[in-house]
Design a protein around this ligand. Structure first.
Ligand code: AMP
Length: 170
């Protein structure tokens, strides 16, 4: 029988040379394993005290929305450039392979005071740090990060000043 770890596929040199891309999409083809993963992510202690989840474009949306349903929490999104209508707050960040920016809709953000961030993978921590700066600029509280995978050797945790719950450490 397949286990969660077997469903994390590694693609060497994607999207550029030197990056071992960890693909989580295979998990979605195994509903029992996906359900078990979402139950584990949703039982994270610090999630209980959060008013809402903020999930990160794009794979973070898959896990964030499932955790939001399982835990009955509202969810808002942090999206890549050019995707969100209305008034937005934006910040730039460095990625393991490049530069990007993330935006959050002002109207969505102002409804909640405390958040848990959900993403598929923690690498250098640049992405999560960008979201946390967006929230902290607006005086919002961040209770923690829940992620499917953590790439230990990139030490993303050391850049983050709140608890991290990762299901798989690689
Ligand atoms: P980082 O900002 O370096 O922590 O990168 C985390 C974000 O980039 C996540 O949203 C991931 O989807 C993506 N990412 C970075 N490195 C990888 C990798 N090696 N494999 C898969 N996704 C990655």
């Amino acid at each position: 029988m397949k286990k969660l770890k077997d469903l994390i596929l590694t693609y060497k040199d994607f999207p550029k040379k030197g990056i071992d891309f960890k693909d989580v999409l295979e998990i979605l083809q195994y509903p029992d394993i996906f359900q078990d993963l979402i139950s584990r992510m949703s039982s994270t202690q610090f999630l209980k005290n959060a008013e809402a989840i903020v999930s990160i474009d794009a794979r973070g949306f898959i896990f964030g929305s499932a955790v939001a349903l399982e835990s009955s929490k509202p969810m808002i999104v942090a999206r890549k450039p050019g995707k969100l209508p209305g008034r937005i707050l934006t910040r730039e960040y460095d990625l393991e392979y490049g530069k990007n920016s993330l935006s959050i809709q002002n109207n969505a953000l102002k409804k909640f005071n405390s958040f848990v961030i959900v993403d598929d993978l923690l690498a250098t921590g640049g992405t999560v740090n960008c979201v946390s700066r967006l929230l902290q600029d607006q005086k919002k509280e961040i209770l923690g990060l829940i992620t499917v995978i953590e790439l230990k050797k990139l030490e993303g945790r050391s850049k983050i000043n709140f608890p991290v719950q990762s299901i798989i450490s690689l």
